[in-house]
Structure formats: C-alpha cells, structure tokens
Design a protein around this ligand. Structure first.
Ligand code: NAD
Ligand code: 6OD
Length: 503
C-alpha cells in the first residue's frame, strides 16, 4: 500500500466495524467455553474495537491435542517440498491481504501505517518465505568412524521436528514477532499453539483465515487468546504435551515461563528485554548518527526491544549531538496511524503509559536535566483519551539511576558524555542486559575493536535494525536464551539424532 493510498483511507476512528477476536483451534474459529474475555482498546483514542475471548485449560487442551494430531497426521506425512510450498502460499496470501493486516495491526497498536507497511507486514510474509528456503537445504554432519575389526562405521545426523511448539508473543511488533517463531517452526515440520499478547490479538487471528485459505491442514496453526499467569499463557507453557516453548517478552516473564517449562523439562528459546546502548565517537558522520539514533530511540514510540535507551557520546561532539537529537525529537509528529505525516503513534496502552511516565518522574527525581519532553503531550480532543506520551531526552543522570539501568520501553533516552574508548565500552556493557548495541564511527579499526567487545547478541555499526534473516538473532546476559534466525533456528525447532551404522 502506498503512502498516498494510506492517506486516502477513511480514518480508523470513522470505521465503526467491530473486530472481535476468536480462538483458532483445529482450523475452526471459536469463542471458547469460559464466558470470559475483555474489551480490546485502540490506544489511539482508547475506543473499544472489539471483544477478545479468554481461553482456559479446555481451549489449551483442545489446541495442543489438535497440534499433536496434525503432527501425527497429514502435516507429519508431507514432504518438505509440499510443506514449504504451502508456507510460500501463506506468505503470498499475507501480501495479497496486506491492507487487512495493516489495518488490524494499526488498530491493535496505534502504530503509524507508514511504519507497519514498511516493517511489520512485509516481515510477516518474509518470515515464512525465508524459512521455507532454509528447510529445503538442511544438511547434517557425517563421519567415517574406524572400528577395531577394520570394517568401519558411518555416523550421520538426522533432524526431526521437535513436535508441538508453544509460541508466546508480545505486543510491540505482533505479526512480525509471532511469525518470526511460527515461520521456522512450521517450515521445519512442527505444529504450533500461539498465545498472542492480550494487547494485540487481531493479526494472529487473521492469520488463521490465511492458513485455511491456502490449505494448511487443521491443527497445524492454533491460536488461543488469554493472559499470562493463571490463564492461557501459563496453561500452555505448563502443558505436558508441549515439546518446546519459544517466547518473546520481558525478562521477568521469561523467568516465570522458565519455571513453568521446568515441569517436564521442556526446552525454551527466549528473546527478552534490553537496555541497549549507542556509542557515538567524535569521528562519526554526525548526520548519519543523528538520523540512525532518532530511529533507534523513537521508532514505534520506543517500543522496540532493540531500541536505544542509553547514548554515550564522545565529549568533543556531546553538546552538538544533544542539540541535534533534541531538534530531531521535536520535529516528530504524533498523530493518527493513517496520516502519512505521522512518525509517532501512542504507546500500546494507558497501563503501559503509566509505567513509562513513572520513569519520566523518577528520572527527574534522580537528577536528570530534561532536554525535551517529559510528560503527556497536548493532543486534539478526539485523541486526548489515547496513550500519548512525549518523546523525551535526558542528560545528567548518574550511572546507577533507574532510568539508565531499567528497560523503559518508551520514546526516551539518556545521553552521557565519555572521553576514552575504554570508558565507552565499560559503561555500555554495564547492565544486566545484553541484547543490541549501535556504534557510530568512521574508523574501521575502531568499529571492529569495539564491536568485538560489546556483550550483546547484535551489534550494528553505522546502522540500526538492518536485518538479514539468515543471521543469528538473540540476546546475551538476561536478554535471552538461544539464537534463532537462518540455520540457527534448527537448534531449537528440530531434534538432532545420530545414526551409527556398522559396515
Ligand atoms: P510480556 O513479557 O509482558 O508478555 C509477553 C507475552 O507473555 C504475552 O503474550 C503475555 O500474555 C505472556 N505471559 C505473561 N506472563 C506469562 C506467564 N506467566 N506464562 C506464560 N505467558 C505469559 O512482554 P510485553 O510487554 O508483551 O513485550 C514487551 C517486552 O518484550 C519488552 O521487555 C521487550 O524488550 C521484550 N521484547 C523482546 C524482544 C527480543 O527479541 N529480545 C522482542 C520484542 C519484545
Ligand atoms: O527482526 C527480528 O527478527 C526481531 N526478532 C526483532 C525484534 C524486535 C524487538 O522488538
């Protein structure tokens, strides 16, 4: 969809169609049996956009049984070519229904359509396409083994699907992050039960229609809505017939899920929180550093796990950097998702805004100088009830301040000067998180040197969120367990067995 087409669209608020969500179990949409659920609010204006049923133990049992049966039925018997052809069709169908996915994602999250149409929805399709290519080219190791009788043996590896995979996904990039798990899981022959975030149920539900349309067998892709503790999330991750749990979300939730996964010793793959640094050296191309850092701090209203919340700038360019990032932040336009001039949507919910604002208050209590922002912006009357917050920049906080150490997940950052490369590396690495970092320098030697010392899963140099889906993706320290992406996804989504044949 072009930006012009987006511009012509009727405003989301004017489209009164309700978007009720439903569970998708064994190829059928259902409201389930609990008679419980919640209203789904659009964070743009807090309007109710539909109802979401809450799944309980019954729905989780049904979904896991359907996933198990599909594994042992037609899906399990398909050749890799048949399977990946179907998943290629899923990608094509997402692209064909691009506008519906775009509208659903914007309704749930409030994010600008210009952003979702470049990132979220195309990646939803690409996540299926890329892993179909990987699945078709899997190779395993082979050894010729000497034996005492001289005849020898051959050892070779066989990869089998892991089984029924529980996918627990967050709200910030709902379709992108859910398909980032579902794509490889299905391409490698598994079946899935997805528990999307309670904040963003719509695109996971819509994907059920796509699965049926292209002929994915019943039970391969299941969705059960609900919350985490004592709800669908906990019931799913504790279910004894789930073979693996892949989760993206907060580190603390990861700890809870790990305890749940310990029952029956199920394997986990975790992509968790971050408190990502950017280091800007005095030799950086400042135009590029400002452009890239504006994106890495404020994109998706700061709700990107890879986003920058700490910026370290070498002293000679510190004042100029602060001044120029302030200017960039103040030119961002908050507004409706369908307005092509909007760069910044609301936060995902009023509840999340309260968390972000609590950090805004705390930063001031801890001694921050507020360079820009710091509170709730004035919005037109029709948007005033939405979860809007000002893009915010601080300086002057001590290294131990909460706003410098805890993940805020909002459009905000702290900028601190440094003098030497050694100091920059040390402060950048000084948190319990280790997800991503960005380095801005024109020195190739420095780029290599510093990148190799960053305690993170991904380090960008002179860029940010430049993704090649074949590369390893994940976090170190408390930012994750395991790596996914490209062939690395084989580690979690398949079981590797060794066959030893005596000749
Ligand atoms: P969250 O941890 O609150 O929720 C994520 C999912 O877990 C939701 O579906 C939720 O219902 C479910 N859940 C919560 N408690 C559960 C439990 N006890 N058992 C089972 N499921 C449970 O995260 P969020 O607020 O939706 O997302 C924001 C967080 O996600 C941030 O911390 C962000 O950094 C992180 N994140 C990380 C990555 C990454 O790749 N590392 C990507 C995106 C988001
Ligand atoms: O690009 C990806 O594959 C990915 N998992 C991005 C995560 C972004 C976090 O918000």
């Amino acid at each position: 969809m072009t930006v012009q087409a987006i511009h012509k669209r009727a405003s989301l608020a004017q489209s009164n169609a309700r978007r009720d969500a439903a569970h998708f179990i064994n190829g059928t949409f259902t409201a389930g049996s609990t008679n419980r659920g919640w209203d789904n609010h659009c964070p743009v204006d807090n309007s109710v956009i539909g109802f979401v049923p809450e799944g309980g133990k019954v729905e989780i049992d049904q979904a896991v049984s359907a996933a198990r049966a599909a594994l042992e039925g037609p899906w399990g018997r398909m050749s890799v070519v048949e399977r990946t052809d179907l998943l290629g069709a899923v990608a094509d169908e997402i692209t064909r229904r691009f506008d519906e996915f775009l509208e659903a994602e914007s309704l749930d999250t409030g994010k600008p359509m210009s952003l979702a149409s470049h990132i979220d929805i195309p990646r939803g399709a690409a996540n299926f396409k890329m892993f179909t290519d990987i699945a078709k080219t899997i190779s395993t190791e082979c050894f010729q083994t000497p034996t005492v009788d001289g005849t020898g043996a051959i050892n070779y590896g066989v990869r089998r699907p892991k089984g029924v995979i529980a996918v627990i996904s967050p709200w910030n990039l709902p379709l992108l992050l859910m398909t980032w798990k579902v794509g490889p899981a299905l391409a490698l022959g598994n079946t899935v039960v997805v528990k999307p975030s309670e904040e963003t149920p719509l695109t996971a539900t819509l994907l059920g229609e796509v699965m049926n349309k292209v002929g994915i067998p019943k039970g391969v892709y299941n969705v059960v809505h609900g919350f985490g503790p004592n709800s669908a999330g906990e019931f799913l991750t504790q279910h004894p017939d789930v073979n693996g749990i892949t989760f993206t979300g907060e580190t603390r939730t990861g700890e809870a899920i790990m305890r749940q996964a310990a029952l029956g010793l199920r394997q986990v793959s975790f992509e968790l929180g971050g408190k990502n640094p950017a280091i800007v050296f005095a030799d950086a191309d400042l135009d590029k550093a400002i452009e890239g850092t504006t994106r890495s701090v404020f994109s998706n209203t700061g709700q990107v796990c890879l986003g920058t919340e700490r910026i370290y700038v070498q002293r000679p360019i510190f004042d100029e950097f602060v001044c120029r990032l302030k200017q960039a932040a103040e030119t961002l336009r908050l507004g409706r998702p369908e307005d092509p001039n909007t760069n910044l949507g609301p936060l995902v919910s009023l509840e999340h805004r309260e968390k972000v604002l609590s950090f805004y208050r705390k930063a001031v209590e801890e001694g921050a100088t507020v360079i820009t922002g710091g509170s709730i912006p004035e919005m037109p009357e029709d948007l005033a009830a939405g979860a809007w917050v000002q893009p915010t920049i601080w300086t002057g906080l001590p290294d131990h301040a909460a706003a410098v150490n805890e993940e805020i997940f909002g459009p905000c950052c702290h900028i601190r000067p440094f003098d030497t490369e050694e100091e920059a590396v040390s402060v950048a690495n000084s948190t319990r998180y280790g997800l991503a970092a960005a380095i801005w320098t024109e020195s190739l030697s420095r780029a290599h040197r510093v990148a190799s010392r960053m305690e993170v899963g991904i380090c960008w140099v002179n860029s940010w969120f430049l993704r090649d889906l074949r590369t390893a993706f994940g976090g170190s320290k408390t930012s994750g367990i395991g790596r996914e992406g490209g062939v690395h996804s084989l580690e979690f989504y398949t079981e590797l067995s060794n066959v030893c044949i005596k000749l």
